[in-house]
Design a protein around this ligand. Structure first.
Ligand code: SF4
Length: 231
């Protein structure tokens, strides 16, 4: 079993190579395959099994964040797979989330359930390209997730992460983000709702990302604390 830093180092090297031949929004897909594989192997060796299963979607009401390359991979997927009506419904839900968040303080936003625009009934409609944070999220016990969903203002509720899976998932992700940064590619953490709407409405986002500029001009930026948590 590797440490979080070892996962990060390995992924940093793999992504650096990948970025020499592919744009970031394509490199992200290979990164997802490596992150999924690391999670799968870690889960097979962990002493506790994750409680996560298809149809459980409590965590899809949390704030969702993504890097620009991830948002563009989602945009490409949505444009090629969604019907016009489905795409419109996603955009409208994302816009509703953005408007609702605008009137909230940071603490109020954290304490508000927001349905992810990509959640269809209890399934992720972009499962193949869901953001790395969604891939990393897991729990040993569904009760914490249910309690967070039912009592979103109760900040004392803890999620029961499994250390082996946490290190694999977050280590690989940290390596990918560091390689983006090292290559001069925007690795800002964006709110997925506002970033997806901007990506759909503005074709220049992709050009800006691939020319080393800040990809999004109006999407909400999520600040990441030193301990890695978003706020
Ligand atoms: S992108 Fe998919 S997995 Fe992530 S919060 Fe949205 S519906 Fe859930």
């Amino acid at each position: 079993m590797h440490s979080l830093q070892q996962y990060a180092q390995a992924e940093f090297g793999a992504t650096r190579v990948e970025l020499r031949r592919s744009p970031a929004q394509h490199a992200v897909v290979s990164f997802y395959a490596r992150q999924d594989a690391a999670i799968r192997i870690a889960a097979s060796k962990a002493s506790v099994a994750p409680a996560c299963k298809a149809g459980c979607a409590y965590c899809c009401y949390y704030k969702v964040e993504a890097r620009a390359a991830e948002v563009l991979a989602i945009k490409n997927f949505a444009l090629s797979r969604f019907s016009p009506a489905q795409l419109q419904a996603v955009i409208e839900q994302a816009q509703r989330n953005v408007s609702q968040a605008k009137g909230l303080t940071h603490a109020e936003h954290l304490a508000t359930n927001q349905r992810c625009p990509f959640l269809q009934e209890t399934r992720c409609s972009i499962y193949e390209v869901r953001p790395s944070k969604c891939r990393a999220f897991h729990a040993a016990d569904v009760e914490g997730c249910r309690a967070s969903y039912e009592h979103p203002t109760d900040m004392t509720i803890q999620n029961s992460f499994i250390p082996e899976i946490f290190d694999a998932a977050n280590g690989v992700a940290e390596g990918f983000y560091a390689a983006l940064e090292h290559a001069g590619i925007d690795s800002t953490v964006y709110d997925l709702n506002s970033a997806f709407v901007e990506a759909i409405q503005n074709a220049a986002v992709s050009k800006r990302l691939n020319s080393g500029k800040k990809a999004f001009l109006s999407a909400t930026v999520v600040t990441v604390r030193e301990d890695g948590a978003a706020h």
